[in-house]
Design a protein around this ligand. Structure first.
Ligand code: SF4
Length: 308
C-alpha cells in the first residue's frame, strides 16, 4: 500500500518562489510517489487539487478498511511463524481499528450516523473476511519478510526523487528479492494489468537504484477477489518506467509553471472528492497560486508572474 502524501516542496530546478498575490505560490514537485504519479496520469487537475491546493478529502470506508487490513497483515508477522494463523489474524482486527482511530480520529466520521454500531460491525466483518482470504493466497507460516511497510526513497540522476512505501519485501537465501503489495480490491481485468503493475515497477526501479539489484519478482495480492498477479521484471522494464516518470515529472513541472492543469474526466470521476471544484462538473477551482520568479539582481531580471 502506498500512502505517501508528498506535496509541493522545494526542488532543485524548481521555479524560485515568492508569495504571490494570494499569499502563496505554486512550487514544482520535488518528488513523486506511485500514488501521485497515478493521480497525474488519471487527471492532471486531480493531481493539482491534491498536491498544490491540498484540498481536504473525506475518509472513505473502502480506503480506511484497506489501511486496517494492511496493519493487521503487517502486525501478524510479529508472531512466531507457527502462530500466524487466520484466527490470530482476525483477532488483531479490533485492536488495530482502535489504533487507527487514535492515530486518525477523522475516520470515526465514517460511522457518525451509525449509533447502533451495525454498519461498523459489518465493516469490521468485511475486514476480517479480507484478512482471512489472504490465507488462501499466501502462507505466512512459511514467510519471513526481510521488510514490512518499508519506506524507500532514491534520487535519479535527473534530480527527481522517487519515494513510496512497500508493503513487504522477501529476500530468498539466494539473495533474490520479491516485492509484495496487498490490495483489498479486486484484480484488474487482464487489459488493465499493466496499469496495476506500474506501481510495482516504480518500486522495483527504486530498489534497483538503491541496492543495485533488479527484484526477481513483483507480486500483487488481491484480497478482494482472491487473485495473485506476478511479474518478473527485467532491466529494460525499469529503464522504460524511469523514462516515463521523467516525462511525467516534466509535464508536472510545466503545469505547475503555467497553471494549465487539465481535467480529464473518466468514470473514475465518480470516486473523486473534488467535483464541486471541477469545471467538468460545473465547479470552479480555487484561485491558482501563481509562480513568481524572484528577480535576480545580478541579471537585472524584472521578475515574472507565470500565466494562470
Ligand atoms: S471530477 Fe474527474 S475530471 Fe474533475 S478533478 Fe476529479 S477526476 Fe479530474
Amino acid at each position: 500500500m502506498e500512502t505517501s502524501t508528498e506535496g509541493a516542496g522545494t526542488a532543485s530546478g524548481a521555479v524560485v518562489e515568492a508569495a504571490g498575490a494570494g499569499g502563496r505560490a505554486a512550487v514544482a514537485p520535488a518528488s513523486l510517489s506511485p500514488s501521485r504519479a497515478g493521480d497525474f496520469m488519471q487527471c492532471p487537475l486531480l493531481y493539482r487539487f491534491r498536491v498544490i491546493d491540498r484540498l481536504p478529502e473525506k475518509p472513505s470506508a473502502a480506503a480506511t478498511r484497506g489501511t486496517l487490513v494492511h496493519a493487521v497483515l503487517e502486525r501478524l508477522f510479529d508472531a512466531p511463524a507457527a502462530e500466524r494463523t487466520a484466527p490470530r489474524a482476525r483477532s488483531l482486527v479490533p485492536g488495530q481499528w482502535e489504533r487507527l482511530r487514535e492515530s486518525r480520529p477523522e475516520v470515526v466520521e465514517l460511522f457518525a450516523d451509525d449509533p447502533e454500531g451495525e454498519r461498523l460491525a459489518r465493516w469490521l466483518d468485511e475486514a476480517e473476511a479480507l484478512v482471512e482470504r489472504w490465507f488462501t493466497l499466501e502462507d505466512p507460516t512459511r514467510l519471513e519478510p526481510a521488510e514490512r511497510e518499508l519506506f524507500v526513497e532514491t534520487e535519479l540522476d535527473s534530480g527527481l526523487r522517487l519515494r513510496g512505501i512497500i508493503d513487504r519485501v522477501d529476500v530468498a537465501p539466494t539473495g533474490e528479492v520479491r516485492i509484495v503489495d496487498y490490495k483489498t480490491g479486486k484484480a484488474p481485468k487482464p487489459q488493465f494489468a499493466e496499469g496495476a503493475l506500474f506501481q510495482m515497477k516504480f518500486y522495483a526501479l527504486v530498489v534497483w537504484r538503491l541496492k543495485g539489484v533488479v527484484p526477481r519478482r513483483l507480486q500483487l495480492v488481491y484480497l478482494g477477489s482472491g487473485d495473485v498477479l506476478t511479474y518478473d521484471p527485467v532491466v529494460a522494464d525499469l529503464e522504460r518506467v524511469e523514462r516515463k516518470l521523467l516525462a511525467l515529472w516534466e509535464a508536472i513541472r510545466s503545469a505547475t509553471e503555467t497553471g494549465d492543469w487539465r481535467p480529464r474526466p473518466t468514470k473514475l470521476c465518480g470516486w473523486c472528492d473534488h467535483q464541486a471544484h471541477c469545471p467538468e462538473f460545473g465547479g470552479t477551482p480555487p484561485p491558482y497560486p501563481l509562480p513568481v520568479r524572484v528577480p535576480d539582481p545580478q541579471a537585472g531580471e524584472q521578475g515574472r508572474m507565470g500565466p494562470g
